[in-house]
Structures are given as C-alpha cells and as structure tokens.
Design a protein around this ligand. Structure first.
Ligand code: NAD
Ligand code: WQD
Length: 343
C-alpha cells in the first residue's frame, strides 16, 4: 500500500481528501497541529471509511518534529500539503503569522522530501492568485496579479518556491491545484467545515443563519457589474475537489506528468452570483433565509470563475455534484453539528 503524508489532514478539505485517498487504496499519515480543527475528525474519517488513518499532532513549522514523522513512517511516497492559515482578513491583521506558518511549513517539507526519497508534492493553491481576472473564464496561464492580502501572497510565494525547488532538485515533482470556492460537506454528514467564530465565507454564514446562530446574512453589495449586481464565484463541491487530489497523487506516482510542475484550476466552470446561491439554498432545503443587501466588502473580487478544461482533459477530472446537492449537504452538516452540540 502506498503511503501518503497529508498535512492539515484534519481540516475541511484535508479530511475529505483523506477519505478519498483511503477509499482509493492509499495509506494515509496525517500531520495536523489542530490550530483550526478537532482531534475527533480522525474518528469521523474512520466512521466513513472503516480505516483509522495514522495521526500525529505536529506543527509543520517544526523541522525536527517533521523529520521525526518521516522517520517513524518510512517510505512516504508523496505529500499533499493542506496545512496553512487561511483567513484573508486575519492575514491583514497578523501578516507575520501568515508568512511564518504558510512559508516555513512548505520550506520544511521541501527540505525533507529528497532526504526521505519523497517523489511528489500536491499543493493547495487558490484562485486568489488571479486577483480580478481580465478574461473569464480564467485559465491557468492568466497573469498572476499582485496579491491583495498577505494570505494571497503566501500562495503566490509558495507556488514560486515550489517551482524553484523542483528546478533545482531532481526526483521531486509537484502539482499545484488552484481551488476556486470549495463548499458543502460529506454526504454522510460525518465531515464538513468547522468555522472558527463568525464565518467569513458565504456558505457557512448561510447555514448558520438558516439554523438561527446568526440573525441575518449580509449580501455584500448589489451594485457590481454583474447581471443581478452581486459578486460571482465558482462554487466547487468539496468531495469533487478531494477527488482531484487522488488523481494528482496517482499522476505523480505513475509518472504521468507532462511537466515537473503542473498547475490545474479546480472549479466547475460555472459562475454563480451570491443572490443566485442564496436562492438555490432556499429552494434546495426549503428553508427561508433572512438576508439583506449591505455595502460591498473591502477587497472583494467582482467576478471570477474557472476554465476547468485543462483538469477535465489532462487529469480526467470533472466536477460532478450539482450545486443544489452540495448546498443540501452543507445544510445536513449544519443540522448534524447542532445534534452534536458543537455549533
Ligand atoms: P482548514 O483550516 O480547515 O484546514 C487546514 C488544516 O491545517 C487545519 O486542520 C489546521 O489545524 C492545520 N494547520 C494549519 N497550520 C498548520 C501547521 N503549521 N502545522 C500543522 N497543521 C496545520 O482549511 P481548508 O479550507 O481545509 O484549506 C486547506 C488548504 O486549502 C489551505 O492551504 C488553504 O489555504 C487552501 N485553500 C482553501 C480554500 C477554501 O476556501 N477553503 C480555497 C483555496 C485554497
Ligand atoms: C463569496 C462571495 C462575498 C460572506 C475567499 C478567499 C479566497 C479563497 C476562497 C482561499 C463573495 C459574498 C460572503 C457573507 C456575502 N480562499 N459574501 N456575505 O471571497 O470568494 O474567497 O475564500 O484561498 O482566497 O478570499 O469567498 O465565501 O468569503 O465569499 O455576501 O457573509 O460571498 O462578497 O462575493 P471569496 P467568500
């Protein structure tokens, strides 16, 4: 069985990806410092797959501890690196925390890869690297725009560090997956997003409002240059997104890459406005949502959605789950959290 290290594997996207990896026959070792997740996610992964992944509570910025993980679990063949701080607003307030966590974590992994014979890295990048695109849908060769937050900058810098390192280091390859807006939860409602405090992202805010934790959703602006005036995004189901990671790992381990660093957009190719998403949520769940239009949120992109054809054609990956089913899964997850008394 091939052994894969998953950093940040107890987080939102990581936990769903661990499930898909295990269900595809990989053996998973998770490293997570629990800074934005709970240890009982391991139990929930096991409940879905009937396999308990190895878990080490280790901080990726701790080089010695990370070395210990590679020694303990000999023969790690590839890494999926999810571990990062990801709150855009917080990154503006605490830039050093973001640069330290997101950059040192990557440097440590890269340093250890050749020492332990690790062939490949799949990296969690983001559509944030495109900023406000000039051409839509956005393709992988669209220009990288100056980052609008320290968080976004860490993604750009990490991409560059990976490119430089692969160039200098024979035997190490990488795939950069640029996610658009991941939403939804596992269909079992055993895994999902666990926002810390007041959610910054749209769908957790919607589900928390629908269940009564928040009083009202603010729709940030209806005066954008879009058909209904609200911003447009490409909302990708988290399980579909997780599956792209398994394909990327297969591709690295089976020497299928066309270039030693490949980049793929992971999105649906469909742009939806905030108001359309709110409407779809109400129709899919039958729950009425209390919302109001407020002013724009500083720094928001007006519209962005993916051209996913490269991933469709070269990876053979495609977003499959409908937005309606995805919103329903997010709602079921919110109901499950209440049942468990978590949120
Ligand atoms: P998340 O916060 O749910 O998961 C990240 C996990 O990493 C958490 O479990 C956290 O405890 C852990 N972690 C953070 N720093 C760590 C460290 N130094 N050492 C060990 N563990 C650490 O976030 P997510 O939404 O699952 O995002 C996963 C990755 O995808 C991140 O790199 C994020 O930047 C990227 N991404 C996310 C989105 C999104 O909208 N969710 C979009 C694009 C890219
Ligand atoms: C989506 C839309 C808001 C909340 C962020 C990061 C980006 C990437 C994905 C990691 C926007 C609107 C939101 C609310 C609203 N993450 N909204 N009311 O801004 O596309 O991207 O997550 O890489 O880097 O910036 O996602 O979910 O915050 O917002 O009207 O209460 O919903 O204005 O149009 P965003 P989001």
């Amino acid at each position: 069985m091939k052994r894969i290290l998953v950093t940040g594997g107890l987080g939102y996207i990581g936990s769903h990806s661990v499930v898909e990896l295990q269900q595809s026959g990989y053996e998973v070792v998770i490293v997570d410092n629990l800074s934005n997740s709970r240890a009982d996610v391991v139990d929930n992964i096991q409940a879905v797959t009937s396999v308990r992944p190895a878990f080490e509570k280790v901080d990726c910025t701790d080089l010695d501890a990370m070395e210990g993980v590679f020694k303990k679990y000999a023969g790690i063949e590839a890494i999926i690196h999810f571990a990062a701080s990801k709150a855009v607003g917080e990154s503006v307030q605490k830039p050093l925390l973001y640069y330290r966590n997101n950059i040192v974590s990557l440097l440590n992994l890269l340093e250890l890869m050749p020492r332990f014979g690790v062939k490949g890295l799949v990296f969690s990048s983001s559509c944030t690297v495109y900023g406000e695109p000039d051409v839509l849908p956005v393709t992988e060769d669209a220009p990288i725009k100056p980052a609008t937050s320290p968080y976004g900058n860490t993604k750009q810098i990490n991409e560059e560090i990976i490119r430089d390192f692969v160039k200098a280091q024979d035997g190490v390859n990488a795939i950069l997956l640029r996610y658009f807006n991941p939403i939804g939860a596992h269909p079992t409602a055993l895994l999902g997003e666990l926002p810390n405090g007041v959610p910054q992202n749209l769908v957790p805010y919607i589900t928390q409002t629908a269940i009564g934790i928040r009083e009202q959703l603010s729709v940030f602006g209806d005066d954008y240059d879009t058909p209904d005036g609200s911003c447009i995004r490409d909302y990708i189901n988290v399980v579909d997104l997780a599956k792209a990671h398994v394909i990327a790992i297969d591709r690295i381990l089976n020497d299928k890459q066309k270039e030693r660093v490949e980049v793929f957009n992971i999105g649906t190719g469909r742009g939806l406005s905030v108001l359309e998403l709110v409407d779809m949520f109400q129709k899919a769940t039958g729950v009425k949502l209390n919302y109001k239009i407020t002013g724009r949120r500083a720094g928001d992109i007006e519209k962005v959605w993916a051209d996913p054809r490269k991933a469709n054609e070269e990876l053979g990956w495609k977003a499959e789950t409908s937005v309606e089913d995805t919103l329903l899964s997010a709602w079921k997850w919110q109901l499950k959290l209440r049942e468990k008394g978590i949120q």
